[in-house]
Design a protein around this ligand. Structure first.
Ligand code: BEZ
Length: 404
């Protein structure tokens, strides 16, 4: 299977890349297909992801994971060939509405898969609701997407910010930590993940020494690291991801804090970053809905196939992209490729259950995955599972009115 990249069309210097997995000819001519011929027209999937900036690697691994899934299915899902259109969202919330409108309005995609950054995802959710476009979120954890802004056309194959961090509160309390400080970027994902951790930790009886933050995507950590050294909490809880996570972990170790103040975090602190962090990441404990060494046939098959396709070790981002493919297939198969049968597509996707590389996945009433959350530790250059911090963890979907 191949995909082609045509020359970019510029929109305020943003990049639009066209990729195809199947027939390109004829797609544009059939923007309003009748059901009878709909299945012969490729399903157009808009990939709105960061292909540049601090989350560039995360976006690439989601893209690779999704393409791997489609490739393993011969380029078609439920009998529909899949065609991709890519947009680099640069993790910039201020460009998100334009980017999304372009995919929906000009490119006339059938479904959008994106994105990584919670602030960008918020704008995407609003456009998806206004235009009734099907949206599959393959990373961004912004609670609202499957909370107060939940909708039948909005699904997530990743996590909510609450879901992956709440279990860590009890884990850290049970490890004997009583006085913990937090650090993150000051934006939706950072704030919501820290709040979820604090909810679990203070409920268990812990106290918060201080909350430290800097604007996204800044990486000048020195002043905050000096503050941690002065505070001397029992332990730290952190959320950073991508390039920022690499720099934070290295700076923390360079200041010698990893020897005296144990570092914990949301799993993004060490997922997809561990090679670049090297020995500085050793011993960091995190919670996430994935671990590199999960002893599951689906995980082994996935890691082998991902390595064979890309030459890289799979991570949570690749898994979430792969599962976006699996979710799309559930919907398309139920209607034999007739995407216009929206109610049946939604019903099938909401009822989907699959053996993900991360373990069993199903969906709650707000279309957020119900899944295990694992406690991991960086050992031997991998995020190894220590225990299951929460089995079949379900996001509370606060503010989501049950959908029709
Ligand atoms: C977010 O913005 O939701 C996010 C970004 C990177 C990793 C995890 C979450």
């Amino acid at each position: 299977m191949s995909h082609s990249i045509s020359s970019p069309t510029s929109l305020n210097r943003r990049t639009l890349l066209m990729g195809s997995m199947g027939l390109l000819t004829g797609a544009a001519a059939f923007r309003f297909p009748t059901p009878a011929i709909a299945q012969s027209v490729p399903l157009k999937v808009g990939l709105m992801l960061p292909y540049s900036g601090t989350f560039a690697k995360l976006g690439k691994f989601i893209d690779d994971g999704m393409r791997l899934y489609v490739e393993q299915n011969g380029g078609s899902l439920g009998g529909r060939r899949i065609e991709f259109v890519q947009v680099d969202d640069e993790s910039k919330p201020e460009s998100a509405t334009d980017n999304m409108n372009r995919l929906v309005g000009r490119e006339k995609v059938d479904v959008v898969v994106g994105t990584v950054h919670s602030g960008v995802a918020m704008a995407m959710v609003k456009v998806a609701r206004d235009t009734n476009t099907m949206l599959i979120i393959p990373n961004a954890g912004v609670n609202e997407a499957t909370g107060p802004l939940c909708a039948p056309n909005i699904f997530r194959t990743s996590f909510s910010n609450w879901q992956v961090c709440h279990p860590m509160g009890k884990v850290m309390f049970d490890a004997g930590h009583r006085n913990v400080a937090t650090i993150t970027w000051r934006y939706a994902a950072g704030t919501q993940m820290i709040d979820a951790f604090k909810e679990g930790f203070t409920k268990a009886g812990g106290k918060i020494a201080d909350d430290l933050a800097l604007p996204f995507p800044e990486v000048e950590f020195q002043a905050l690291i000096a503050r941690i050294a002065t505070l001397k909490p029992d332990a730290m809880f952190a959320f950073f991801a991508g390039g920022g996570a690499v720099k934070f972990v290295k700076d923390y170790a360079a200041a010698g804090l990893n020897k005296s103040i144990p570092l914990y975090g949301a799993g993004f602190l060490t997922d997809g970053t561990i090679q670049a962090q090297g020995a500085d990441a050793a011993g960091i404990k995190t919670t996430l809905h994935y671990a590199d060494d999960l002893d599951l046939p689906a995980n082994k098959r996935f890691l082998e196939a991902f390595k064979a396709k890309t030459g890289n070790d799979g991570d949570i981002y690749a898994v979430q992209g792969y599962d976006a493919g699996a979710l799309l297939k559930s919907g398309l198969e139920a209607v034999k490729g007739d995407w216009s049968a929206r109610a049946a597509v939604v019903e099938a996707m909401r009822g989907a259950k699959f053996d993900s590389p991360r373990g069993p996945v199903s969906f709650n009433k707000a279309n957020n995955p119900v899944q295990n959350v694992y406690l991991r530790e960086v050992r031997n250059g991998r995020n190894e599972m220590i225990s299951i911090a929460g089995t079949a963890v379900d996001d509370p979907a606060r503010g989501c009115r049950v959908q029709a």
